[in-house]
Write a protein that binds this ligand. Structure first.
Ligand code: NAP
Length: 461
């Protein structure tokens, strides 16, 4: 059963709710009427007028068959008359779950009053007549009747819950997963899959696009479904905290959780392995925070985690520069008093960047600047010239493999490292938490690196 199929009268909300559901869940929508209009290059009304209803119904039947035979699960919004042909219903039921959007005919007629594109009296009368002719067909075809009497949001929530039940949120059998929004390009299933395979754990690790609105429902699902853990990425690292039973100190400190472990009793515990992931990756390159001044560019979730870990691990001075310096100030205020480190903050003007670079031993970019697909990069990399020759430059970005920042730093003779090492190590640390045992991280790091593309080591300055 792959598709959710919306059936019901014209005006019952199929198109609007189909689009909303697609937007909310990432499941593509196939709007049959819209596809037919595109194919014919004219409105449905005109196809009827020019070629007659039987011609239109044949077109519709073909479009329905194409939609249900699609490999990828989708939301199919059918035209109001799709149920008139029993072979359409049969085809839809073969590979779909039919939801009758039962909007009372009075409400549909009432909506017509506000729809200036349709002649009021004729439209309203037609709706009553169609309802008389088709209601029994909708009810007979439906696997589920959704009363669309309240607002769209209410109906959407019910549809989402149906979809969740149908898809069980995860590809079947995944007791581990990563959740986020967007999630399409995540490397996590490949990384955790490679780890599980290497250590003989026969668990599947999935990925689910979960919108902020659906996060609480996902948490309930994860707790009740027998999932053992999940990773959390943008934009849920902070908001998941309120849904957990306990949060370890590091994660609480930086206000971000990227790993959730679910106990057998359903208790959910939050951890932050991003902090340890970067540390482990830097150590592989022979770089340690102890006694070294750290310059962090950016002041979001990753920067906060890096700043706290660097402070905890003995960096004497930490400078945080951000385009919104007050954001850097927030991190500094939270860290002051907890650690010995002196924390400076500032903006990202060329003068500030240059001044901060002069005393930095480790420079870390924790912004998306330079990341593939975002179309934004540092306006100038001149600040690199102010770095001491022995300084190490790290980018938390791993796509592209070498950002302009890393390329320029390498050409100036600095040791460099991209974010893939951090990504792999945070996953290995998460797996240790999921499985409750220590793993041979150096060996697995190499194994995963080979499986997904070797992390760029750079030269140690
Ligand atoms: P975030 O919370 O959204 O923070 C991003 C920071 O970058 C904010 O300070 C933001 O400033 C700043 N920023 C965004 N666009 C900018 C621009 N055009 N110019 C200047 N500053 C800009 O994100 P995050 O979770 O910290 O992640 C930051 C980066 O780290 C992302 O690229 C993410 O993919 C990467 N990351 C990598 C790993 C890994 O394992 N390698 C782990 C976590 C994160 P505003 O608040 O003003 O927008």
């Amino acid at each position: 059963m792959k598709h959710i199929v919306l059936i019901g009268l014209s005006g019952s909300g199929k198109t609007t709710l189909g689009r909303m559901l697609a937007e909310e869940t990432g499941v593509p929508v196939a709007d049959i009427d819209a596809e037919l209009e595109r194919e014919a290059g004219m409105p449905i009304r005109e196809i009827f007028e020019r070629s007659g209803e039987p011609f239109f119904r044949d077109m519709e039947a073909r479009a329905i068959r194409a939609a249900v035979s699609s490999e990828n699960p989708s939301v199919i919004a059918t035209g109001g008359g799709a149920v008139l042909r029993s072979d359409n219903v049969e085809a839809l039921k073969g590979n779909g779950f039919l939801v009758f959007l039962d909007r009372p005919v009075e409400l549909i007629a009432n909506d017509l009053v506000y729809d200036k594109s349709r002649p009021l009296i004729q439209g309203a009368e037609k709706v009553y007549e169609m309802e008389r002719r088709r209601r029994a067909l909708y009810l007979e075809a439906a696997d589920y009747v959704l009363k669309n009497t309240g607002g769209l949001e209410e109906a959407l929530a019910e549809l989402e819950s149906l979809l969740d039940t149908m898809r069980r949120q995860m590809p079947e059998g995944c007791r581990y997963a990563v959740i986020g929004n967007p999630i399409a390009h995540t490397l996590s299933p490949a990384i955790h899959g490679a780890v599980f395979e290497a250590i003989g754990v026969s668990e599947r690790y999935g990925a689910a696009r979960i919108s902020s609105r659906r996060l609480p429902r996902f948490a309930d699902y994860a707790r009740a479904s027998g999932m053992r853990g999940f990773n959390v990425t943008i934009p849920h690292k902070h908001n998941i905290i309120a849904l957990l039973d306990e949060v370890e100190e590091d994660a609480e400190l930086c206000g971000a959780v990227n790993t959730v472990v679910i106990g057998k009793d359903g208790r959910m515990s939050g951890f932050n392995t991003d902090m340890g992931g970067l540390l482990a990756s830097l150590r592989d390159a022979g770089v340690d925070y102890r006694g070294r001044n750290v310059l962090i560019i950016g002041a979001g979730g990753a920067a906060r985690a890096i700043a706290f870990k660097a402070a905890r691990e003995g960096a004497p001075e930490i400078t945080i520069l951000a385009r919104r310096p007050e954001q850097a100030g927030d991190i500094a205020s939270a860290a002051r008093g907890l650690f010995q480190a002196v924390i400076h903050t500032g903006d990202m003007s060329p003068a500030s960047m240059r001044a901060a670079a002069r005393s930095a031993d480790i420079l870390i970019n924790a912004t998306p600047l330079g990341m593939s697909g975002i179309g934004a990069d540092f306006s100038s990399l001149e600040f690199l010239e102010a770095l001491p020759q022995s300084a190490f430059v790290c980018d938390v970005i791993y796509k592209p493999e070498e950002t302009e920042l890393l390329r320029a730093a390498r050409e100036l003779g600095h040791g460099t490292q991209n974010g893939l090492g951090m990504l792999i190590y945070q996953a290995l640390l998460a797996d240790e938490l999921f499985l409750g045992r220590e793993l041979d991280k150096p060996a697995l790091f190499k194994h995963v690196g080979a499986a997904i593309g070797r992390p760029r080591k750079g030269k140690v300055g």
